[in-house]
Every structure is written in C-alpha cells, then in structure tokens.
Design a protein around this ligand. Structure first.
Ligand SMILES: [Zn+2]
Ligand SMILES: [Zn+2]
Length: 258
C-alpha cells in the first residue's frame, strides 16, 4: 500500500491511500476548485475513489466532501458520533452513503482493512489504522494527547502519519487570543512537536519504514523544527518527512530509503 497527502495543514486536510485495487481518502477538506487538479496531480481522478473515511466535522477536514460527493457517490465511513456531527454542521440530511463504524472494530473496504479509534479533540474525532497488501499504516491528527487505548493498534506499523501541529514556545508567543491558545494547547486541542516526539519515542516503530508529520500549523510551526524534534526520537533507518501544507505531496513509496 502507499499513501499521499493532497493537503495537510490547519487550512485543509486530505490523504489518499491506495492498495493494489482499492483507493480511499481520509477526509476531504479541500476547496471545491482544488479537488480535481490535486487528485490529477497525484495520478488519480474522482472516479478512482472507492470511499471516504472522515475523522471529524471541522472545516479543514470536510469542506470539500459535499463537492466530491456531487461528482461521485461513494460511501462515507466514520463512527456514529462523527457522522452525526458532520450531518449537523454540513446539512447532509442523512446522506444515504453514510456507513457507521464502531471504534476498535475492523472493517473491509475492497482489499483495505480499517479500524477507527477515539481521539481527544473538542468534537467527536477518530484516527484510523489502515491495512492492505500485507502492510499497515497508523493515522492520527487532531488530538490533544496520544490516547493509550490506541497503543496496541499502533504496534508493528509500516507507516505512521502523525500530527506535529505546533511548537509550544512559538504558539505561546503567537498573537492568537488567550481562549484559542488554551484550547489548542489543552487536552482537546492538537499534538505539539514535543508531544509528537514523546509519542514516537514511546511506540515500537522497529518495523516502520516511514513516519510522515502532518497538520503542521503554518503560523506556529516550521517543518525544520518539527522534523528536528521527531528525528531525535526515531531510529536512523526510519525515513522521516513532513507533508507540504496546501499542495499535494509525493507518494509514500518514493520517500522510503532503499
Ligand atoms: Zn484539523
Ligand atoms: Zn479539528
């Protein structure tokens, strides 16, 4: 399996995951006008998408979902709580393609298997593990801390896409209002570089080929800082990269050290 970010920042998030015969998106926070060109840029078209997994109802994760579904009627998967909030926020009126998942249960979409798990954010939010072609990927963004309950699911990963949202010092010194800082630095906000590093250090990543840092804040982080922090916590043979913010990145298979 391989994966590729279409956009990864506080503004828009969407990641494509592809196995030999199945292609899914996790989230679709893209602007309407970016959906087709961004997919084309990574060699895909809307007709290739078999399903969309949703993590939560925030704009940066589902803004483009309605526009995508107008072009292609694909099933949209998430937990009942997330789908309910997506419906309420975005007036989906019980979209018939909603598929309800239970956290910590495994489901199949074509040749991919997926398991959702709960995260700690200010709305109902899930992460996923996705398996295919005998490989497994962990996917975690938008959480105030690394939940212990998903630790077992993150054992023996081949790929990890994890949030490294902000540098704590840059964030504290930013011009954002106090209540926004309190939310984003708190237990229902986002993983800082430092928290991401602690999570990397605490996981058994001995079989991991690639760690990709995602959802970096454009105002309160720098890729060099996030990467430097993560590199210190990872074995040298694990490839490490950060996703570009508002444009598609390269496919994961081109990023792994041979
Ligand atoms: Zn987000
Ligand atoms: Zn969010």
């Amino acid at each position: 399996m391989k994966f590729c970010t279409l956009s990864s920042c506080s503004y828009a998030n969407s990641v494509a995951i592809q196995s030999r015969d199945t292609c899914i998106l996790i989230d679709c926070g893209l602007r309407k006008r970016d959906i087709n060109p961004f997919l084309n840029e990574i060699g895909l078209a809307t007709g290739d998408i078999d399903a969309v997994l949703v993590t939560h109802c925030h704009t940066d994760h589902i803004y483009g979902l309605k526009h995508l579904l107008k072009q292609r009627n694909v099933p949209v998967y998430s937990t009942a709580d997330v789908l309910k909030q997506v419906s309420q926020c975005w007036a989906f009126d019980e979209y018939p393609g909603f598929q309800v998942l239970d956290p910590y249960m495994e489901y199949k979409i074509g040749s991919l298997s997926l398991t959702p798990f709960n995260l700690s954010h200010d709305v109902a939010t899930v992460g996923y593990t996705v398996s295919g072609d005998s490989e497994r990927m962990g996917f975690m963004t938008d959480t105030g801390f690394f939940p212990e309950k998903c630790r077992d699911l993150f054992n023996a990963l081949d790929y990890l896409y994890i949030e490294s949202n902000h540098d704590v010092e840059m964030y504290k010194n930013s011009a954002k209002p106090w209540h926004v800082k309190k939310r984003n630095l708190g237990p229902t906000g986002h993983l800082s570089n430092q928290q991401c590093g602690q999570a990397l250090q605490s996981l058994d990543l001995s079989s991991c080929k690639l760690v990709m840092l995602g959802h970096l804040s454009e105002d309160d982080n720098r890729p060099s800082l996030a990467l430097q922090n993560a590199r210190q916590r990872l074995a040298p043979d694990i490839s490490l990269t950060s996703a570009p913010s508002r444009v598609p990145g390269p496919w994961s298979d081109t990023l792994i050290k041979k």
